[in-house]
Design a protein around this ligand. Sequence first.
Ligand code: SUG
Length: 444
Amino acid sequence: MAWREANFDGIVGPTHNYAGLSYGNVASASNKGDIANPREGALQGLEKAQHLMSLGMTQGVLPPHDRPSLRALRAHGFTGSDREMLAKAWEASPALVANVTSSATMWTANAATISPSADTADGRTHFTPANLAAMYHRSVEWPVTARVLKAIFPEGDRFAHHNALEGGTHMGDEGAANHNRFCADYGDTGVALFVYGRGAFEKADDLIYPGRQTLEASRAVARQHGLTPKKTLFVRQNPAAINAGAFHNDVVAVSNKDVFFYHEDAFVNPDQLERDIKGAMGDIRMHFVRVPRALVPLADAVKSYLFNSQLISTPNREGMTLILPSEVAEMRSTKAYVEELTGSGELISHADYLDVRQSMRNGGGPACLRLRVALSDDDMGAIGANAVLHEGLVSTLQAWVNNHYRDRVTPDDLGDPMLMEESFAALDELTQILKLGSIYDFQQ
Ligand code: SUG
């Protein structure tokens, strides 16, 4: 049976803006207050999806969430109609409104951790939505994420869904952005590598910025997915990388099948990690592409998002392809490194640069924008909803964006009731296009 890696990209939402909400995310902090263009952002995302489709990849989408989150406003004690709640919340705290109106759900690498059926005890593909407890604006995402994932991957013989982890920041979980899976082919048994920032019950005095993922959270996800202990590894991200702005491991490392492409400073002891991965892989040969800081300083890697690329195997190209943000081509060290890598490499032989600048300015590169799922032909047949793209659906989504999205949103606009109503109207229509059912709170 044929297997493939499908990428589900988050659609940039109608309230996309730069509110500077993510402490430890350098781009988010430095672009705070800028004017965002949600329409351009959503179209850039769809263009990326189209590019992957043109390479023969299976490409899906996940919808933006309803923003402002009325559920969150109610939980803060606001009452009345939607408009009344928004007006009262804006008067009480524009910062609160900015948090509950963020379009951060576009970064679907943080939506969930997924273990494909080949790795799990019960032979089903397991999903745990990430609680995203470290950042308030993201902690409100998971209930809708869970509904979306259940609509697309119906619970049953093939797909199993768990609740997000309880326990607040002690059990902070950021999903697939801190998870790699190595394998020979997608349907073969793989090795899971969970990367964490700190222990839940320890003081991490070496961190300046939050270590968003805890070891205990990663362990809990692995346990509830029924992963085999000897095929499951846990490693701490280098505190120096977190302090340099790598708030998720996918800012300094990316993998595909048996290739691990990562920065020398991503882990404290990369030699040991490579030995551990090789040990867990057994007979399957691993390939490590460790990028030295002498060629690409850590600061350049974080600024350009070299490692926040998608590393993919396409059906119609020899060697793997890196899908990189344009910013990598604009930095001398990273541009030169990629030229050298693809020029001489049999493993990674293509580099495609894409413009996802609207997302990049909030710290989200190509890899942040996608959630990977390894799926068999039978799994594909069991998928619900209408979230797997084909050209016709892309055109429908482009028209939908052009029809509903603004081309300018600033943090000052977030109290505007018209923006809320336009967004809800757009999302209501989107649930019909994607056949998702009533996933949003305003539809319940
Ligand atoms: O969680 N930015 C996101 C970026 C997530 C990137 N994801 C991965 N690396 N996988 C975050 O920090 C910024 C929102 C704002 O500032 O308005 C934000 O949430």
